[in-house]
Design a protein around this ligand. Structure first.
Ligand SMILES: *[C@@H]1O[C@H](CO)[C@@H](O)[C@H](O)[C@H]1NC(C)=O
Ligand SMILES: *[C@@H]1O[C@H](CO)[C@@H](O)[C@H](O)[C@H]1NC(C)=O
Ligand SMILES: *[C@@H]1O[C@H](CO)[C@@H](O)[C@H](O)[C@H]1NC(C)=O
Length: 291
């Protein structure tokens, strides 16, 4: 489907912003390319959207990376809760019979290195991180079968499902039924990026290594093989009776190690830097800034 296997957005030496496919020298890992001073791409022309039709152009050097997926590229973010067995246990719940779905608006999209503003209403000492594998839908679909699910995925990236726990779970704020959309839906509560990687290049999405660091301290460190529902099941389930438009982002759930599950919980403070790293996908690294 796509004309690329990895996709970035960048500014070149003339100040022009464009999409491109990273050119990795032999044996170089994506993480090393991202950290390098000299990064080359094949320019991809024809659209400014990561899910638009793109054709290959010239070899161009990167001056600075920009977020590959922007708010204007994303109609909606669908999210899966309680999708890693050890996280279900730390949250004191039972695994759901079907994927547990909630929604973040596209105003949650943030860049891979952008500050995340924590609004006053959520400055109650319960802000949490959730490192997650994100799916970006490349081809519109409805009632997608598991067998054809990968054909609807443009690529994967790293993400963080930033969460305000008291608004999610504290009966004083959420009532007796937890509410997910408000507590996880504040502006820029879903950093994405910095690279999209196609399913054909990435391979089995249930075999990735995910780590989350808070100010450099490791909090999450798991294989995605602890996923209860794999990416094919998630795409198929989310599309039942529901049109998944191109650009839709699906966050696939977080593994164990969130602040809420620690004894005592180590929630996020003003100025904390959260980095979510996934093998083969690079990392999102965002500072939490109380506004
Ligand atoms: C979606 O699937 C249901 C049954 O699973 C079927 O009744 C319906 O016609 C399908 N809709 C489309 C658009 O394929
Ligand atoms: C993180 O997980 C990897 C792979 O399971 C393991 O080798 C490593 O020791 C873990 N790191 C820590 C700090 O436990
Ligand atoms: C993907 O990896 C998971 C976990 O290692 C494994 O259970 C599954 O069989 C693999 N799927 C394929 C298609 O290889």
């Amino acid at each position: 489907m796509a004309s690329w296997s990895r996709l970035v957005r960048f500014v070149d030496s003339t100040g022009r912003e464009t999409l491109g496919e990273p050119i990795l020298p032999d044996d170089q890992e994506l993480e090393d390319w991202l950290a390098s001073d000299e990064r080359w791409t094949v320019e991809l022309q024809g659209s400014s959207s990561p899910v638009g039709p793109l054709t290959r152009g010239e070899k161009i050097q990167v001056k600075e990376l920009r977020p590959v997926v922007r708010q204007s590229d994303v109609p909606i973010i669908r999210c899966i809760g309680l999708n890693y067995m050890k996280h279900v246990q730390e949250a004191g719940r039972k695994p759901p019979p079907y994927p547990s779905v909630f929604i973040k608006p596209n105003t949650c999209v943030a860049g891979f290195n952008e500050d995340v503003p924590i609004p006053q209403i959520a400055q109650d000492g319960t802000v949490d991180y959730e490192g997650e594998l994100a799916i970006v839908i490349g081809k519109v679909g409805r009632n997608i079968t598991k067998e054809s699910a990968l054909g609807h995925i443009a690529g994967y990236c790293a993400s963080n499902d930033v969460s305000a726990r008291a608004w999610q779970r504290d009966p004083e704020k959420a009532g007796v039924v937890p509410q997910w959309c408000f507590s996880k839906g504040f502006d820029k509560f879903a950093p994405l990026g910095p690279v999209l990687v196609s399913p054909s290049l990435l391979g089995n999405a249930s075999n990735l290594h995910l780590r989350t660091l808070v100010n450099g301290e490791e909090r999450q460190n798991t294989s995605t093989n602890d996923l209860i529902f794999d990416v094919e099941t998630i795409v198929s389930f989310c599309s039942q009776g529901t049109t998944l438009e191109a650009g839709t982002v699906i966050l696939t759930g977080t593994p164990s190690g969130v602040a809420m599950g620690m004894k005592p919980p180590k929630y996020l403070n003003d100025g904390d830097v959260v980095e979510v790293l996934i093998s083969g996908l690079g990392s999102v690294r965002n500072k939490m800034v109380f506004e």
